[in-house]
Design a protein around this ligand. Structure first.
Ligand code: SAM
Length: 381
């Protein structure tokens, strides 16, 4: 999203604390990087993607479709949202894991493209596409470089860590929430950006994505203002003071836990501490109703902790939970989900499986009720 340009900037600032592309796409955890090593590289499917790296903005070769054909248009409508410009609003109740939008980019563009590059490129597009682009919101209107600023306001990266952004006219209408009900992802196989619901969405509720991940409200609001140019008025930031204070406290703790879980040495030496932190973080996510990509990543961390110490039984359960959460966020075609499915099949496929034999266990115990099972799973009994 607009985060694309901003993320490049954030990357410089936050490399040491946020992983390799900054912000939402990447997780701090050393552990997470290991999954990324597992996943095969995204394969660009259009000449747009492969060309654009070398020769500036390049048009998508297929006809640009501002309102994409694979979009379930009955699910939402474009409406005015007080204080937020336009936004997409659910026209009926939507269940979690529903594909809301799958949209090809109007065009793709490397982040280094200049205002001149953009102008030249825009002239090559059909009038309809030019209009679609120029009608998008500019968060820095009047500050010069209008085309670049429209891109900055609306572009999404074409995959994590990629220095190439896409303009998706419909997805660009989705506003930010600090507690988003949808998740976007680049589907490199189809050359489309997808948006899936990650929670129950009520009729009349706005669809939302997160432009910036996590942290207590003061940090979130500061970053959104600084890098995205707006004062966040999402339902979370607008909560009554006492509720916001409780939420802030949890999210502060979540940051501490997330960092601790990512410490590889600790995972090797005292895995029981790392697993306990995962458990606490799962609870915080549940309390905070966080259901986006943070959830599959967290279960993947729990998977790795168990796999590293030869606990195939628990590793399998965590791999399954990670896979289910990933599928809800990104759908069946997710490359990360494909990798995860392989680990569900056999956790020993994980490259660090069996680093120690400390927790060696093959079989999930049978006959436990739900509470007992959770206790077993998190090694609380
Ligand atoms: C990509 S656009 C989203 C669609 C936009 N509202 C429109 O009218 O096209 C991003 C802009 O929407 C507005 N916006 C998005 N989320 C917001 C939020 N949580 N609070 C306030 N404004 C928001 C800001 O003006 C931001 O620069």
């Amino acid at each position: 999203m607009q985060s694309w340009f901003v993320k490049r900037f954030l990357k410089k600032l936050l490399l040491d604390v946020q992983g390799d592309f900054g912000g939402f796409e990447e997780r701090t955890s050393l552990l997470h990087r290991e999954l990324r090593q597992h996943s095969r590289k995204a394969t660009p499917t259009s000449t747009m993607n492969s060309n654009a790296h070398n020769s500036g903005p390049t048009a998508h070769t297929s006809a640009p479709t501002p309102a994409n054909k694979s979009t379930s248009s009955q699910l939402f409508t474009l409406q005015s949202i007080p204080g937020q410009g336009k936004g997409l609003v659910a026209s009926r109740a939507i269940t979690p894991g529903t594909l809301l939008i799958s949209e090809a980019p109007l065009f793709a563009i490397p982040s280094a493209a200049s205002e001149r590059d953009l102008a030249a490129h825009l002239r090559t597009l059909p009038k309809e596409s030019q209009r679609a682009f120029l009608s998008l919101h500019n968060s820095r209107a009047g500050a010069g470089e209008p085309l670049s600023n429209i891109v900055r306001t609306n572009a999404y990266p074409l995959g994590p860590g990629r220095d190439l952004g896409g303009i998706f006219p419909l997805i660009a209408r989705i506003n930010h929430s600090c507690r988003p009900n949808a998740q976007h992802a680049w589907n490199g196989n189809d050359g489309e950006e997808t948006v899936y619901s990650v929670r129950e969405i009520k009729e009349g509720e706005q669809l939302s994505l997160s432009y910036h991940e996590g942290g207590p409200s003061s940090e979130r609001r500061k970053a959104l203002k600084e890098f995205f140019g707006f004062d966040c008025t999402c339902e979370m930031c607008e909560m009554p003071k006492d509720q916001l204070a409780t939420s802030d406290e949890r999210l502060r703790r979540a940051k501490v836990l997330d960092k601790a879980i990512g410490e590889a040495k600790r995972v090797r030496m005292t895995p029981e501490d790392a697993l306990r932190d995962c458990r606490e973080l799962v609870r915080i996510y549940e309390e905070e109703r966080i259901a986006d990509l943070r959830v599959p990543r967290l279960y993947y961390d729990a998977f790795q902790i168990c796999a590293m110490h030869s606990d195939k039984a628990r590793a399998k359960v965590f791999a399954k939970r990670s896979l289910e959460a990933r599928l809800m966020c990104e759908g069946e075609k997710s490359e990360e989900a494909e990798v995860m499915a392989g680990l569900v099949k056999d956790p020993a496929n994980f490259e660090n499986f069996g680093t120690t034999k400390k927790w060696k266990m093959e079989k999930v115990p049978v006959g436990l009720d739900e509470v007992e099972f959770e206790k077993w799973l998190w090694r609380e009994m």
